[in-house]
Design a protein around this ligand. Structure first.
Ligand SMILES: Nc1ncnc2c1ncn2[C@@H]1O[C@H](COP(=O)(O)OP(=O)(O)OP(=O)(O)O)[C@@H](O)[C@H]1O
Ligand SMILES: [Mg+2]
Length: 245
């Protein structure tokens, strides 16, 4: 069997804020093409973990390899070369209110890739909007869109740069169950279409079930359980099981 290639590899990651330990030795690998879900109570350090991955939060200790490079040792210039290959859908990641959908996406594209022609920009925008089923929203302002539509545009903004890794922080929060399911299915179709590797942080069990090839649960600063949805759902550990009811 071919050895699976870890595209993200975290070893013994520690992070404290003002003397309060949040991460106490997190280790995890994400294989190429895999969608990994992270579950955990509010405040358990899920967002901090993925922010460490892109250097938005500096780790206190530990190794964080992305595409085979330890990012904790990189200069800002070198870190940026890694960051442009990663899409980040932030928790509460809002669109710019004063810009139309087209302008929001153009802004992201221009920031990411210099020297794109008008035509290339237009094509990429249409392609990304088509992926999330919202081509007709191109000239709308964010205020004219529903919460679910805004999430889909935020997803389009994340995928428009063709990232190899996508980090999703609560992609379905605040949505009704049907809209949430649509977003979860879009995450899966993006993974299939663009062959991306993803980490999905969620409190939404349906999202975890639809998107997660593997699930990890964070507790007290460490990974407390790992498995498929079906495995963890059947866990006899009361605490693990409590996530699935
Ligand atoms: N920049 C920061 N400065 C100080 N403390 C921080 C910072 N970022 C996070 N924390 C603290 O670290 C802990 C973990 O935060 P984190 O945002 O990772 O939680 P989370 O698991 O994502 O929770 P939620 O499910 O509510 O989003 C919290 O106690 C938070 O207050
Ligand atoms: Mg969070």
């Amino acid at each position: 069997m071919m050895k699976r290639e870890a595209i993200i590899s975290i070893k013994n990651l520690y992070k404290s804020f003002g003397g309060k330990a949040v991460l106490k030795g997190i280790s995890l690998d994400v294989n190429k093409g895999e969608d990994l879900v992270i579950l955990g109570r509010s405040g358990s350090g899920k967002s901090v973990t993925i922010k460490c991955l892109v250097g938005l939060v500096e780790a206190d200790k530990g190794k964080i390899e992305v595409f085979g490079t330890d990012i904790t040792k990189l200069s800002n210039v070198e870190l940026n070369k890694i960051r442009v290959r990663i899409g980040f859908m932030f928790q509460n990641g809002a669109l710019y209110d004063s810009m139309s959908v087209r302008q929001n996406l153009t802004f992201t594209l221009k920031h990411h890739t210099k020297n794109l022609s008008k035509e290339e920009i237009e094509n990429k925008i249409l392609e990304a909007l088509d992926s999330v089923g919202l081509k007709e929203a191109i000239d709308k302002m964010p205020s004219e869109l529903s919460g679910g539509m805004q999430k889909r545009i935020a997803l389009a903004r994340t995928i428009i740069i063709n990232p190899e890794i996508i980090l999703y922080d609560e992609p379905t929060s605040g949505l009704d169950t049907i809209t949430a399911r649509e977003i979860s299915e879009l995450i899966v179709s993006t993974q299939k279409k663009q062959k991306t590797t993803s980490i999905i942080i969620t409190h939404d069990l349906a999202c975890a079930k639809i998107t997660g090839n593997r699930i990890m649960i964070l507790k007290d600063g460490v990974i407390n359980a790992v498995g498929t949805y079906e495995e963890l759902e059947k866990s006899t550990d009361e605490w693990v099981h409590s996530f699935f009811i």
